[in-house]
Design a protein around this ligand. Structure first.
Ligand code: HEM
Length: 404
């Protein structure tokens, strides 16, 4: 193997600087000039569709452990999200969850999803104004996931409030807060609410939902997920749903600001599903993810070394002209486009992908129904700002007014 190369000065940037890490013009230039490069010490940036796909699919070569933590931080497996686990534990848990995250189960969620979406939109219309991010896009996906898990609707808003606090605390990078180690110490109300539901399912065998299937999970060797890890994974699924929040925000922003888009969706309802896919491709809500090289190997023709952190740039891959003609344009007329990378690829492919697609479709259908009767417009002084989170992409706010 060659000597370890240093930083590529021409393409250097700080991957922890959100403005630079989500500068898509910079990523397009890097993809053209040096698609696998080293923008900082010990970091390898991957920008081509095929290369990002290959890294995601190669979980033996590239580890997910530490994926969301600060360098050097190791948390116990019971405090780990699914996306930061490797085999052998990852596939065992995934097998349990996979039984629920099917297309059929997502379809069963449609009545609840539609009623929740309709009710929240009606509330904003009745008030004459509101912030579509805070009052609509933020609570909806988590509520749909909480319903699938088996939480009563009366608890959904509180659960999502606590999960939002957790995501914006020091827990993701360090596994602790100033109150102590782990979710239970840092977020006691959240932990108590989840634990109570776990205990109910341990006592009452008649309950049949996602949480019950986790509580009753058993492997051939007597393995089970366990109450502590079940609690963490519930937080994982609720917090993971917040990515769908940004997809909803991206779709609604386009709908409110583009007459052509609205017309295309009304003209042909098949365009609604296409719009959801194209939004996920073009404005992926999770812009990039991390892996760690387990051994010296190569990505494309570029050597990478054991221990290097791999920044897998989803948006750069999704806008690769080799994969999508005219990649910088949002188009509804793509013929058989390849599966985009918004949900990752391979063994860690997002479990919530069917549910997310359902949410996207129903949001557009219900928003179109509202817009047939009333005029939804953005506040006159509105300026689009990206959400203040390193990896997420979508509007921070969408303040709207209703004109009849
Ligand atoms: C637009 C919406 C969403 C986006 C863009 C998204 C994105 C992703 C991505 C990129 C991954 C792969 C992580 C990796 O490879 O390291 C992932 C995994 C995951 N997502 Fe999502 N997600 C979304 C919605 C959801 C929802 C609604 C849920 C919950 C029901 C969810 C639960 C999960 C879980 C549990 C994993 C871990 C899967 C594994 O590691 O095996 N996601 N998501």
């Amino acid at each position: 193997m060659a000597d370890r190369p240093g930083v590529d000065r021409e393409f250097a940037f700080d991957p922890n600087d959100a403005a630079k890490a989500k500068d898509f013009a910079r990523m397009a230039l890097i993809r053209k000039e040096k698609p696998v490069c080293r923008p900082a010490d010990n970091i390898v940036l991957v920008t081509r569709f095929d290369d990002v796909t290959a890294v995601f699919r190669d979980s033996k070569g590239f580890s997910s452990v530490g994926d969301m933590r600060a360098p050097g931080i190791v948390v116990p497996s019971e405090e780990s999200f699914l996306g930061e686990l490797d085999a052998p534990l990852h596939p065992k848990i995934r097998r349990v969850l996979h039984r629920t995250f099917t297309i059929a189960k997502a379809q069963e969620s449609e009545p609840f999803t539609r009623q929740a979406i309709r009710r929240r939109l009606e509330r904003i219309v009745a008030a004459g104004q509101g912030d579509l991010m805070a009052e609509f896009a933020t609570p909806i996906p988590g509520s749909v996931s909480a319903d699938l898990l088996g939480f009563p609707e009366s608890q959904h808003d509180a659960l999502m409030g606590w999960c939002n606090d957790l995501l914006h605390s020091s827990w993701p990078p360090t596994g602790k807060t100033e109150k102590g180690e782990g979710i239970a110490a840092g977020f006691p109300e959240l932990a108590a609410c989840i634990d109570e539901q776990i205990e109910r399912r341990a006592r009452d065998g008649s309950l049949d939902d996602l949480l019950a299937s986790m509580v009753r999970s058993r492997g051939e060797d007597g393995w089970s997920i366990g109450a502590h890890h079940t609690r963490t994974l519930v937080v994982n699924m609720l917090a993971g749903s917040l990515s769908a929040t940004y997809m909803v925000g991206n779709l609604l922003y386009r709908l409110i600001t583009s007459r052509d888009f609205e017309t295309a969706l009304r003209r042909d309802p098949a365009n609604i599903d296409r719009a959801v896919e194209e939004s996920l491709r073009y404005e992926a809500p999770v812009a990039f993810l991390w892996r760690t090289a387990r051994a010296d190997s190569q990505i494309g023709s570029t050597p990478v070394f054991k221990g290097e952190h791999i920044m897998c740039h989803i948006t750069a891959g999704n806008r690769d002209p080799e994969a999508y003609p005219d990649p910088e344009t949002f188009r509804l007329d793509r013929i058989d486009p390849p599966e985009h990378l918004a949900f990752g690829s391979g063994p860690h492919l997002c479990l919530g992908n069917h549910l997310t697609r359902l949410i996207g479709r129903v949001v557009l259908e219900e928003a179109l129904a509202v817009m047939a009767k009333t005029k939804l417009e953005l506040a006159p002084d509105y300026v689009w700002h990206c959400v203040n989170h390193l990896q997420e992409y979508g509007p921070e706010q969408l303040p709207v007014r209703i004109a009849r």
